[in-house]
Design a protein around this ligand. Sequence first.
Ligand SMILES: [Zn+2]
Length: 147
Amino acid sequence: MADILDPEARSVRMRSVRRQHTTPELVVRKVAHAMGLRFRLHRDDLPGTPDLVFPKHRTVVFVHGCFWHRHADCRKATTPKTNTDFWAKKFKRNQERDAEKVAELDALEWRVIVIWECQTRRPEEIAIALARAFDFHGPRREMLAND
Ligand SMILES: [Zn+2]
């Protein structure tokens, strides 16, 4: 079958395939696991179905794709050059929904941590961010050695 999409449209379509258990998410799970943190996945009884939930710390983590969730000043948060109105509305809706979910979680007294897709290229920084958030003094070095 001939591919009639231009490269830009094709790459947008590829990114639009909504996947759970994406690679960035797996990176975060691996880091959290190596730190000995206990977490649950995709708890749909919480607003926004957070990717990781740390019940003991009453904290949730969202692993956001930079494109769809519009990571500020990020190279990956490109804007397609065609159908600009469509994309502007879509991005706005995504951002509004994200803000809404954070507000709902906040009202339920859950702490929200957002980790961006591009940040998962540096797992050691995720470890540091989680350690700081949880005031955790575990075997961070061992974790890095294993990686
Ligand atoms: Zn980014």
